[in-house]
Design a protein around this ligand. Structure first.
Ligand code: GTP
Length: 630
């Protein structure tokens, strides 16, 4: 058997026509075919493997014949119409039993009936026991009828194929329906369960039979029913074409179970609601997880909120602390800048030194005062910069004493010292040293001032304070200062000291007569002459007004004073020329002694009083004389 024949037979058998009941449609075709062609017999023959079976027959009783004698087999094999006008004259059929015996076929015309794929399944044929030559319209009609039969068979073939597809789809649907991992249900418009799968039964714990007697409303949790019905209404009224909802069913054991339902609707061809299709998914464990997660999230959120509050507070205090730190750092920077500015603009040298004696700070004024630039001074030993060699030992000692015993004579006090500048010039300085302890390290800070000018001024003032401005001689204060020293020297050297007290005679009259200015000139000349006749070791003093004192030191004997006082009187006897005025003066002199081998126990001022008293005696004696207290 050829593969074509095999496929053809498969197709023929699949159509279910063989051995099927008579069919009026095909019978009608055979009847019409006999009528049009005027033949007593017409059949629709289907050519099986070993036979031809008549699906429709007209004018013949037999329902089938053997295939090998069949005329139709030839038409089926060729796929073409077969016209045999006289079989007895056709060598292919002349000895055919159907020709030789009843029904004694002489005329045969067969048109193949084909399947959709083109397989020739059989024929529509007309048969007569008399020879016949059909005309073209007869043949045309026969072809048309065969075409009708073909169309019908192909229609049935398509129907079968469609049914087959439907069956397959249904079987697939059934398989899906039953084996789905989700619940599936068909629900009638009023909510009754039409069809439910086993998964749905498992979810709600009802049997199929029990569910079919219930509606979805019966087993929906009351709290979820309204939402479901509302959505269902929207679906029915075409506002939505499907909906999805998480809701609870009440299981047969009355436990609530969370499900997710997806509902669509099925409508009839006329658009009327047929049933609902519900896909039901068990989400109980997912919901439990979700609830647990929600609870956990809530707890976490509470914790986070609490922690956030704590953090906010910490952050606030940190920010505040940070702000304060920034402010204090800024303040520190400002203070440092301010300090630096102050130090740089200070009119005192500022020097800082560590406990090794190394300079750590050196301001502008220090540069001016000592001549060392800051960069040269920093890091060097202070003693190598400004301390004179003879003071360095004391410097070391002072520092060591403070560092070991925390004692110092100079710290905190303003003291005056001599310093050396870079150019080697020595200058008097006033300084105040303080010690700071920072991070266990001692720093010595000092403000130093060059007091050269002040010293000069002081000396000047000192000089002025101890000298008579008119005559330039030492004054009374200086006398009182030097006299104790002179006493000490006389005592030590066992020599005499004489205090010569001189008062001009009648000086008031000169003032009154010639004026005060002339008096001044006279006083200056007197001082000049007294100074002139004094030795280096003597001290001439203008004691007051027209009173003078000469301290004569280192006298080997008292006699020397007589000679000296006589000399003074002699010098003073010389006229004094003041402008146009010539003046003549005399002196009254009183002399007292101190010292010698056994010095008397008197105070220096007492010696002055004694000499004054002696001078007064000389006045009383008539002036221009000398009185000595021996
Ligand atoms: N021109 C002048 N006169 C002075 C100065 N200091 C004091 N005198 C005057 O000196 C005079 C001193 O007077 P006295 O010594 O008391 O009088 P005197 O005329 O010298 O009398 P005797 O000492 O007793 O001889 C007073 O008239 C003072 O005013 C001075 O600096 N210049």
């Amino acid at each position: 058997m050829t593969s074509y024949e095999k496929l053809r037979l498969e197709k023929l058998r699949s159509l279910g026509l063989l051995d099927s009941d008579p069919d009026e449609f095909f019978d009608c075709i055979t009847r019409v075919a006999s009528t049009i062609l005027g033949t007593p017999i017409s059949v629709i023959s289907l050519v099986d493997e070993n036979r031809q079976w008549f699906k429709s027959k007209h004018g013949i009783d037999a329902s089938e014949t053997a295939r090998d004698i069949s005329f139709c087999t030839h038409a089926v094999s060729s796929g073409q119409q077969l016209i045999v006008e006289d079989a007895s004259n056709d060598e292919r059929f002349a000895s055919n039993p159907l020709v030789v015996n009843a029904p004694n076929i002489r005329f045969y015309a067969g048109i193949p009936i084909k399947s959709v794929e083109g397989y020739s399944l059989g024929t529509l044929c007309v048969i007569d026991s008399k020879p016949k030559r059909p005309n073209s319209s007869e043949l045309k009609a026969l072809n048309d009828l065969a075409q009708l039969a073909t169309k019908e068979i192909q229609f049935r073939e398509r129907m079968l194929s469609a049914q087959d597809s439907i069956d397959q789809a249904q079987s697939k649907f059934k398989s899906v329906f039953e084996n789905a991992g989700v619940g599936i249900a068909l629900v009638n418009p009023s909510g009754g369960w039409l069809q439910v799968n086993s998964e749905l039964c498992k979810i709600v714990a009802y049997s199929q039979a029990e569910l079919i007697n219930l509606t979805f409303q019966d087993i929906t949790h009351p709290e979820d029913l309204n939402t479901d019905l509302n959505l269902l209404d929207q679906l029915v009224t075409d506002k939505i074409d499907r909906y999805q909802l998480e809701k609870r069913y009440i299981r047969k054991d009355q436990a609530a179970i969370w499900v997710e339902i997806t509902v669509t609707k099925h409508t009839t061809e006329r658009g009327e609601l047929d049933y609902f299709i519900a896909i039901v998914k068990d989400i109980q464990s997912a919901k439990e997880t979700e609830f647990a997660l929600t609870a956990l999230r809530k707890t976490l959120e509470e914790k986070v909120a609490l922690r956030t509050d704590e953090l906010r507070l910490v952050n606030q205090s940190l920010s505040k602390a940070y702000q304060e730190k920034i402010e204090s750092e800024q303040e520190l920077q400002n203070k440092e800048l301010e300090l630096r500015t102050i130090l740089d603009n200070a009119n005192e040298a500022y020097i800082c030194m560590d406990d090794q004696g190394l300079v750590t700070a050196w301001n502008k004024q220090a540069e001016y005062t000592f001549g060392w630039p800051e960069q040269e001074a920093i890091g060097r030993k202070l003693e190598n910069l400004i301390i004179p060699p003879e003071s360095q030992a004391a410097h070391h000692h002072g520092m060591h004493r403070y560092l070991t015993e925390n004692k110092s004579k100079i710290l905190g006090n303003r003291i005056e010292l001599e310093a050396v500048r870079k150019d080697g010039v020595r200058i008097p300085i006033e300084l105040q040293v303080n010690a700071l302890e920072i991070n266990d390290q001692v720093l010595f800070t000092s403000f130093l001032r060059d007091i050269t000018e002040r010293k000069q001024l002081e000396n000047l003032l000192k000089n002025e304070a101890r000298n008579d401005p008119l005559t330039g001689l030492a004054n009374r204060r200086k006398l009182e200062e030097i006299l104790p020293i002179a006493f000490q020297r006389a005592k030590s050297n066992k020599v005499y000291l004489a205090l010569v007290f001189i008062d001009l005679d009648g000086f008031k009259l000169i003032n009154d007569t010639h004026g005060h200015q002339v008096g001044d000139q006279l006083l200056k000349e007197v001082a000049n002459r007294i100074n002139h006749c004094s030795r280096m070791s003597d001290t001439a003093v203008r004691y007051a007004g027209d009173e003078f004192v000469i301290v004569l030191e280192n006298l080997k004997n008292k006699q020397d004073t007589k000679r000296i006082s006589a000399n003074i009187q002699k010098i003073m006897a010389e006229p004094v020329q003041v402008g146009d005025t010539q003046l003549q003066i005399t002196l009254s002199i009183g002399i007292a002694y101190y010292g010698g081998a056994e010095p008397q126990a008197i105070e220096p001022l007492e010696l002055i009083r004694l000499a004054d008293k002696a001078m007064y005696t000389a006045k009383k004696n008539g002036k221009n004389g000398v009185v000595i207290i021996d």
